[in-house]
Design a protein around this ligand. Structure first.
Ligand code: ZN
Length: 265
């Protein structure tokens, strides 16, 4: 595979059919740039090299990298609503961050919302009727706190989206077989899980496992999405570490990939 082909972002088929949206999920490409296509600025990574990668990936998506907006991700339930005035906050090095959020939504064509991931699930949302979009970073803490459901409800509350019209793409994340978790994860999930929640956890040889993609799918359905409007990539970041940054597979200092979406005028 050539570098050129490898730098095609992963895309949702159903969202990709919408002419007024640009989106994608970046990858790990060994040998690409200084850090295999990493887009994160956090220590120990090099922001200048990562900015070059953000520009490359955005070019592949047809998105202006100077419109990117990113946040300080804290594994919480909060959703940031990004206005036009904040376009570019968290784009190039030195542009700051748009608050502390694990989901960002917008309906502004000058804003491309972005989350960063390495095992934690990427979820992209799009409501074609109101042309509002969002991204979600869902690790176990954010999932237990229903960050994906909160993102849908924010599209509804702030942009008047009808949940049965919202499209979702559940991108790469760690799979249930790879995701061994402790009792605190299971207890947290059980304390507020939606209908069917017992189906996304299992104990194998005394070890708990959590199916984080299926958990988020349940929450998206509980928030009102139609089952056939939820598309899943089925990709495990740890099983496929050659193409995806994986915290558990490569260690905490590995890079990050990005989920990005923007409306265009
Ligand atoms: Zn796996």
């Amino acid at each position: 595979m050539t570098i050129s082909n490898a730098t095609m972002p992963l895309q949702s088929a159903q969202i990709g059919r919408l002419p007024f949206v640009r989106h994608g999920i970046t990858k790990r490409v060994v040998g690409l740039g200084e850090a295999d296509g990493n887009i994160s600025y956090s220590e120990p990574r090099d922001p200048v090299a990562a900015w070059a990668m953000r520009q490359l990936w955005c070019e592949r998506m047809g998105i202006d990298p100077n419109t990117l907006v990113t946040a300080h991700q804290v594994h919480g339930p909060e959703v940031g609503v990004v206005p036009q005035a904040s376009a570019g906050t968290g784009s190039a090095p030195g542009t700051g961050l748009f608050g502390k959020f694990d989901s960002l939504v917008t309906n502004d064509p000058n804003v491309a919302v972005m989350m960063t991931h390495a095992d934690c699930l990427a979820v992209i949302l799009c409501d074609p009727q109101t042309r509002s979009v969002g991204v979600v970073h869902a690790g176990w803490r954010g999932t237990v706190l229903d960050v994906s459901g909160n993102a849908v409800r924010t599209l509804v509350d702030r942009f008047h989206a009808a949940p049965e019209q919202v499209l979702a793409f559940i991108g790469p994340g760690i799979c249930v077989d790879c995701y061994r978790v402790g009792d605190e994860v299971i207890d947290g999930w059980r304390s507020g899980m939606p209908a069917g929640g017992d189906d996304v956890i299992n104990k194998t040889n005394g070890q708990w496992h959590f199916d984080i993609a299926s958990a988020n799918e349940l929450q998206l359905r509980a928030a009102g999405l139609r089952p056939d409007a939820i598309e899943r990539s089925g990709i495990c970041t740890r099983c496929h570490g050659e193409s995806w940054f994986s915290h558990r597979g490569q260690g905490p200092h590995t890079g990050r990939f990005a989920s990005i979406i923007s409306v265009i005028e």
